[in-house]
Design a protein around this ligand. Structure first.
Ligand SMILES: Nc1ncnc2c1ncn2[C@@H]1O[C@H](COP(=O)(O)OP(=O)(O)OP(=O)(O)O)[C@@H](O)[C@H]1O
Ligand SMILES: [Mg+2]
Length: 498
């Protein structure tokens, strides 16, 4: 039993407590109240429902803490963590169960409005929540760590870039395991120095982060040291973005730029070659003609004759090169007519079969018996096949097998011609360059490197494509596709292969 003195002291203490208190029954009827006079215009609230008196509602409030006490029998604090940014005024913050002397359960409700301190707490909570949302919704990765390296902030973007989950990062990752090598220490060293964007600051610093699967991720980092009020270091924070996409685009751009420069170079080289070729053509014709005349008209010594034959041979080699250059610069005219590719290949083979280079080479043909015609310049096509076949024979050093096949594409709009050899093949690196003018792996004087670039130009001029495949050590295959023409060769849509 409490004494009167005790009771008085308790009541005074309650008054001094300066909080609004209401005692209600389990069905929300007010049994007693303190400090709520201003809310109810002096009228005694006893016996009335709290929700009616204070909020003018017919039903108890949705988020009433007393409701929870009714359900659990335990003290309840109204949940204010969610929607912390809402402007809703807080009220009825706490509810406690109490037993009266007869053992009957009643409840107390504290606080209808937030006193100053709680208002500040609330503001702080809102500000924190706002900052948290800000960090979370940032497109850049944000990571903060304390002085031991323990991660204290790790946003969604950081998780996306590194592959670590936010929970894992906050739970057990150390900032040192986020950067490659000694990166974290380097960042701190730069931060403490004056030379990288001011003391305590680091701007646009390129470093590699380590992803969850061990991949090295290039990032651009902006970092700062976090100081407390006394100016003591308490941690660091970094904002970064993934550079992979940018680096990839940059590399592609550089490659395209290089290609552009290369093709411009080639175009001017082409013009120059054409000019030089024209200039050389006449004197070369003269050299050939007069050498032949000397051989025919004079009775020369054996040695002199041999020398003249050498001059003739070299002059002819020069003329061949000039011809190639003119082809390369597309200075030759085209005579397009419907052409039977099988026949064209046969003609080429007829010309080369008896050359010494082909004596130990087996030629295997697998021609489609009926092949649609293509619109092409017969001479140029012959040149294409000749170049590819000679390349193959040269690559095999005159020993091996060349297989040639022709067929109609499954889509029935193209003719496909394949040349395969059993030579040494072409490395992946060389394969990228073989169609470029002047690319050759042959020793000086043995190849100009123009052969395949001329082939490429001719095929492209015919609306076709040429590709090369090779497995080093297991030969090479060149595939040409040419569009079919609807025109006929002397009225015959299909020409039979002999
Ligand atoms: N069948 C093949 N097997 C292996 N390498 C090949 C083959 N065909 C072409 N090459 C490679 O491609 C390069 C370029 O060929 P291209 O015909 O353009 O020039 P080249 O044969 O070197 O010189 P040119 O044709 O002027 O005599 C060759 O030097 C060679 O390295
Ligand atoms: Mg060649």
């Amino acid at each position: 039993m409490r004494t009167d003195k005790e009771r008085n002291l308790l009541l005074k203490a309650l008054d001094a407590f300066k909080r609004k208190i209401v005692v209600i029954s389990k069905d929300f009827r007010i049994l007693a109240s303190a400090g709520v006079d201003a809310l109810i215009d002096g009228e005694s609230p006893s016996g009335k429902c709290c929700h009616q008196v204070f909020y003018n509602r017919p039903e108890p409030c949705d988020n009433c803490p007393a409701k929870k006490v009714g359900l659990t029998g335990k003290p309840s604090l109204r949940d204010i963590s969610s929607g912390a940014l809402s402007k809703q005024k807080r009220s009825c913050l706490y509810a406690y169960p109490i037993l009266d002397e007869d053992g009957q359960e009643v409840l107390t409700i504290f606080n209808f409005e937030l006193p100053a301190l709680e208002g500040l707490e609330e503001e702080l909570r809102r500000a924190n929540s706002f900052l948290y949302n800000l960090l979370q919704s940032a497109c850049d990765g944000v990571i903060a760590a304390d002085l031991t390296g323990k991660i204290i902030i790790f946003n969604d973007a950081a998780a996306e870039v590194t592959g670590h989950s936010v929970e894992a990062a906050l739970d057990h990752l150390n900032i040192r395991s986020i950067y490659e090598g000694d990166g974290a220490r380097e960042v701190m060293r730069h931060l403490r120095s004056d030379e990288y964007g001011g003391k305590g600051k680091l701007k646009k610093y390129r470093i590699k982060a380590i992803g969850k699967n061990g991949e090295r991720i290039p990032i651009s980092l902006y970092a700062s040291i976090i100081y407390d009020e006394q100016g003591k270091e308490v941690g660091s924070i970094g904002f970064f973005h993934d550079l992979r996409e940018r680096i990839h685009i940059q590399q592609k751009l550089e490659k395209t730029q290089l290609q552009l420069i290369q093709s411009e170079k080639m175009a001017s080289l082409g013009k120059l070659s054409a000019g030089v070729a024209h200039q050389l053509n006449n004197p070369l014709g003269g050299i050939t003609l007069y050498t032949k005349l000397m051989l025919e008209d004079y009775d020369l010594e054996k040695n002199a004759k041999e020398d003249l034959y050498r001059i003739l041979k070299d002059a002819q080699r020069c003329r061949d090169t000039v011809k190639e250059l003119l082809e390369f610069a597309r200075q030759t005219r085209q005579f397009m007519k419907p052409l039977n590719i099988n026949k064209s290949i046969d003609r080429t083979l007829f010309l080369i079969e008896n050359q010494t280079l082909f004596h130990n080479i087996t030629l295997k043909k697998k021609m489609a018996p009926f092949i649609p015609l293509v619109l092409a310049d017969a001479q140029q096509m012959g040149h294409v096949f000749m170049n590819i076949i000679i390349n193959a024979a040269q690559a095999m050093d005159g020993n091996g097998t060349i297989s040639i096949s022709t067929r109609e594409s499954a889509t029935k709009d193209r003719v496909i011609i394949e040349f395969s050899d059993t030579g040494p093949g072409i490395s992946a690196e060389d394969l990228e360059h073989i169609f470029e003018p002047f690319f050759t792996t042959k020793e000086e004087g043995k190849g100009t490197g123009l052969g395949l670039s001329v082939v490429y130009g001719i095929v492209e001029n015919h609306g076709g494509t040429i590709t090369a495949r090779s497995v080093p050590g297991r030969g090479s295959t060149f595939i040409i596709e040419l569009p079919i023409t609807r025109e006929t060769e002397k009225g015959a849509e299909y020409a039979e292969h002999a």
